[in-house]
Write a protein that binds this ligand. Sequence first.
Ligand code: PLP
Length: 401
Amino acid sequence: MSIVNENFLRLDGRYLFQEIEKRVRAHTQSSPQARIIRMGIGDVTCPLVPCVISAMHRAVDDLSHADTFRGYGPERGYLWLREAIAQQDYASRGVVVSPNEIYVSDGAKSDTGNITDLFSPTAVVGIPDPVYPVYVDTNVMSGRTVIGLPSDEANDFVPLPPDDRRLDIVYLCYPNNPTGAVITREALTRWVDYALRTGTIILYDSAYEAFIRDAALPHSIFEIEGARHCAIEFRSFSKTAGFTGVRCAYTVIPHELHVTASNGASVRLSSLWERRQGCKFNGASYVSQRAAEAVCSPEGRAAVQAQTDHYLSTARMIRERLQQMGLRPCGGLHSPYVWAHTPEGMDSWTFFDLMLREAGVVVTPGEGFGACGRGRFRLSAFADADDAREAMDCMERVIKN
Ligand code: PLP
């Protein structure tokens, strides 16, 4: 009798970025002198901003004195950080979120994966295609049926709620990884209305909201009326403030959000999350939380905005260069990601290998994000700006030939 979770055997052999690493390693072994410019993975390159560094130094000092030392903190995060988030990320935009609805964690990847613990293995999950692969893989691991919601230029990368079938859970991510697309207030309202009508729970990932530069676009699903009854929101300091190595994120679960159990009882989802986190999580580190608090200060917000502006200017440059190459790019205006077509419909792994071998540039093959990514690729603007310009020159040379 098998004792493993056989759902793992249904997963693709490797996580997308592991496969990319394997191919890059093979290339550097066979051509050790080759210069490689990494435009693939969405990892930041700018150092932490000064007020965050000072806050982290002070936090380490706290830990080095008996009277200010901290051990385990509250699983849901220190109140001073949750209050700063509620004020800076929500109240300042006219959105009411209580500090008690905020759950601080070590990352949105863990939160978007771990949230699946709260739902039945029989829940039907709608996931846009192309998509951040974590949503699909974590649901496959839990044995759930995943319904792909195709998205492309025709629907501005925002799938419409389906007329013909019920979804118990749906993931939405805007600004979107991988396409860099944004969602309008009208389109998000349509999803919220659908969810309220059908009892669907929306898992809204706004890890890239700090890149939005158009005041008309929503930063949070809780800007939409009724969303407190149907949505959970995930946020992260990773891309907002260069915290991919520091690790701090948070999830918002409104008190109003309930689901119905099979015995008819109404269950508050935040109670289940508290129970889950209390059992399986021991809180984000004190130093990371002090660092995140500094991001929420006026000085921190101005400094990290200058950083996201910098990445956005690289994204615009990439978009323009890909346009000149005839690769029909999109995204990159309110997002660090640019999404484009491969030349003449070449399949995306063939294009990946060609760019690696001939241009020395690592792109992310669109197919790794779902079937709708076939014949597409993603470039990340988190690379150093000079490297990104050089990468565009190298790609152009190969594509022209
Ligand atoms: N959500 C999306 C859409 C992402 O693209 C990423 C990282 O690339 C994450 C979440 C993970 O964020 P974190 O670093 O907080 O785990």
